[in-house]
Write a protein that binds this ligand. Structure first.
Ligand code: ADE
Ligand code: ZN
Length: 324
């Protein structure tokens, strides 16, 4: 079996961040939108720091205007994931880019994305996500329209964006609203900020999963807490390395976290920005960290156990991974 053939789950993927540069360029040309500074001479996304990455990302999103654009994007991203062996995925979607918080507009965007998702062989669930640096008021609006549309493929609520802005507690009201609507909870933390950010997020937002969370490794007591409470980390090694958080895979804490009893899963985050895909992630774990097929099966089982899906889907997908 080649690395691309291995069946995979991917819990942490931003739909807009997975847009291939050629897809964004084509839309920009169709709409006559200028994309100054977004691409380099080779057509790749341009950024150097975490904050620049977020800025380029938001600039690229400016061409994604209509529900149809998002439906096309969903179809393109799922085709790419299927080619990398992904059988189950959850997509972070930012309603701020889909109608700016208007419920009627959001429903139209959602309908277009659901149609594309249902046409794909990949099993998909959606995690509408607030953008931390847009602030708590935006987050409340995002949580409200997510709660209004909970059910079907909308099964989670999350937060991305600049982790250095605001404190996790500022977003507690939004997350409580989402939890009351029955949504699974995840939030980025411990990616660019350290263990305190993860601890605050656990205390204030009570997520079952943490996006990244890798810098928890700097605090043994926190690692113990994650293991004891069964909090699942959505680890994205290629993303962390591209953003300069770790020099390379050998310096990455994924194996240490796993060996300390923390449930880890593997995803790509924003693959074209970070020059990665799920095949490359699995190849790296195997060839550079010595992970076996059993180890890879274990992360997929951990992911399916933590997936924001119904029990029938969970059982069906768990059976895909050996030793379920
Ligand atoms: N939004 C998209 N990718 C992100 C990341 N890696 N961290 C925070 N917010 C994001
Ligand atoms: Zn992310």
């Amino acid at each position: 079996m080649t690395f691309s053939d291995i069946p995979k789950t991917e819990l942490h993927l931003h739909l807009e961040g997975a847009a291939p540069p050629a897809f964004i360029r084509r839309l920009a040309a169709e709409k006559g939108v200028r994309m100054d500074g977004v691409f380099d001479e080779n057509g790749a996304y341009v950024w150097a720091t975490f904050v620049e990455f977020l800025a380029t990302y938001e600039q690229a999103c400016e061409v994604l205007k209509t529900p149809e654009d998002f439906g096309r994007l969903m179809a393109a991203v799922l085709a790419e994931q299927a080619a990398n062996g992904v059988v189950y995925t959850e997509h972070f979607l930012a309603p701020d880019f889909c109608g700016g918080g208007d419920l009627v507009a959001w429903k139209e965007y959602l309908a277009a994305m659901v149609e594309a998702a249902e046409a794909s062989p990949v099993e998909v669930r959606f995690i509408p996500t607030c953008v931390r640096h847009m602030g708590p008021e935006h987050a409340r609006i995002t949580a409200r329209i997510t709660a209004e549309t909970a059910g079907g493929l909308v099964t989670g609520f999350g937060m991305g964006g600049d982790e250095s802005q605001y404190s996790a507690a500022d977003f507690a009201y939004a997350f409580d609203m989402a939890r009351e609507a029955g949504l699974g909870i995840t939030s980025h933390a411990g990616e660019v900020e350290g263990p305190d950010s993860v601890r605050e997020t656990l205390d204030a937002l009570r997520p079952g999963r943490i996006g990244h969370g890798v810098r928890s490794v700097e605090d043994p007591a926190l690692v113990e807490r994650l293991a004891a409470e069964g909090v699942v980390l959505e680890v994205c090694p290629g993303s962390n390395i591209a953003l300069g958080i770790y020099a390379d895979l050998k310096a990455h804490p994924i194996s240490a976290l796993r060996d300390a009893g923390v449930a880890v899963t593997v995803s790509t985050d924003d693959p074209p920005y970070f020059h990665t895909d799920m095949t490359a992630e699995y190849r790296g774990l195997s060839e550079q960290l010595g992970w076996t097929q059993d180890d890879l099966d274990a992360i997929n089982r951990a992911a399916m156990k933590a997936a924001f899906c119904d029990e029938a889907t969970r059982a069906k997908l768990l059976a895909t991974f050996n030793g379920a």
